[in-house]
Design a protein around this ligand. Structure first.
Ligand SMILES: Cc1cc2nc3c(=O)[nH]c(=O)nc-3n(C[C@H](O)[C@H](O)[C@H](O)COP(=O)(O)OP(=O)(O)OC[C@H]3O[C@@H](n4cnc5c(N)ncnc54)[C@H](O)[C@@H]3O)c2cc1C
Length: 288
């Protein structure tokens, strides 16, 4: 492992100042659970690491009107324990409570999970069904708000300039009466990235699906919304036949690959089954 300078600023101003010392080859590090593996394997060799762990502006979970704001430096464990998340964003709770181990969840952050941009990142699909927006801040303290669906560029790549970092995320609280769920299919029972992840948020009235959002992880270069499947289910009952048809449509929206986690054909079959299961679970939760 290369030697590198290490900074632990206590404000955003100090963080950006530190970055200006090595503008080309500095990296921000939050929990380090992704980055330290890359350092250890010499896949990256930064001149400087800037820890974001002691910056209060990046932490916390708040509710403002119909929105939940989560600081990028909030740990996965803090999100799991949050009553706001359990109450208003159960699909995100499903995801974070099944991620990695408690030890990893204690250090890993939401910002790190999203900026790392793994196609199998567990928080991405739930954030997509809550219409999440990314709050990006630059060294001039100017903010821009980007829909999460436009933030991912490709596997491990996001739309973030060198003088920017992610400050937080804005989630839209679903309408009263909605239900949501995230299901993750793994090769092992724990401590693994998803083979397939399916998040569903829906609103049912008089047995008809008034609104539905479906997001899928690990079956495309980035996590995606299954917009054609959503359009098909909107205005329909969640009957067995409709859910089977929805799975068939979802299969046309994805592009899974064979990898060490599983074969593409199997991921397609899991998507079909999990769209059905996650929709039924979300519907059950909407009645609670
Ligand atoms: C054993 C193990 C099990 C795991 N299991 C899972 C799992 O089940 N599901 C899953 O999704 N992931 C899993 N992971 C991956 C990892 O824990 C998560 O992706 C985690 O959320 C990363 O967060 P972090 O704070 O540790 O990121 P870091 O490693 O600190 O950073 C990751 C990337 O994000 C950048 N970054 C971080 N914060 C910011 C910011 N605010 N602004 C700009 N850039 C930023 C860093 O520069 C880096 O490029 C696992 C990892 C390990 C080691």
């Amino acid at each position: 492992m290369n030697h590198f300078n290490y900074q632990r600023p206590s404000s955003l101003k100090e963080a950006f100042n530190a970055k200006s010392n090595f503008p080309e080859n500095s990296l921000f590090v939050a929990g380090g659970s992704d980055i330290f593996l890359l350092l250890k394997k010499n896949i990256i060799a930064p001149d400087q690491l800037i820890s974001l762990r002691s910056i209060p502006e990046l932490k916390g979970i708040d509710k403002t009107g119909s929105r939940i704001i989560i600081g990028s430096g909030t740990t996965i464990r803090e999100i799991e324990k949050s009553e706001l998340i359990q109450k208003y964003c159960p699909a995100l709770y499903d995801a974070v409570s099944n991620m990695a181990s408690v030890q990893i969840r204690n250090v890993a952050t939401l910002g790190g999970n999203i900026v790392n941009a793994s196609p199998g990142a567990d928080t991405a699909a739930p954030l997509l069904i809550y219409d999440a927006k990314v709050i990006v801040i630059n060294s001039q303290f100017e903010e821009r708000i980007v829909p999460l669906s436009n933030f991912f560029k490709g596997p491990k790549r996001v739309h973030l300039n060198k003088n920017e970092l992610v400050k937080g995320f804005i989630l839209e609280i679903p309408a009263i009466g909605s239900g949501s769920a995230y299901l993750k299919f793994m090769k092992r029972k724990a401590m693994d990235l998803a083979n397939v992840g399916v998040a569903v948020q829906l609103l049912i009235e008089k047995d008809i699906c008034q609104d539905i959002k479906i997001a899928l992880a690990t079956v495309a270069p980035t996590s995606i919304r299954a917009v054609k499947t959503e359009a098909f289910l909107r205005g329909k009952s969640l009957t067995e036949a409709n859910l089977i048809q929805a799975g068939e449509i979802a299969a046309t929206e994805i592009s899974p690959i064979d990898d060490f986690r599983g074969k593409a054909w199997h991921k397609i079959e899991v998507v079909k089954a999990y769209i059905k299961r996650a929709s039924i679970l979300a519907k059950e939760r909407s009645n609670l």
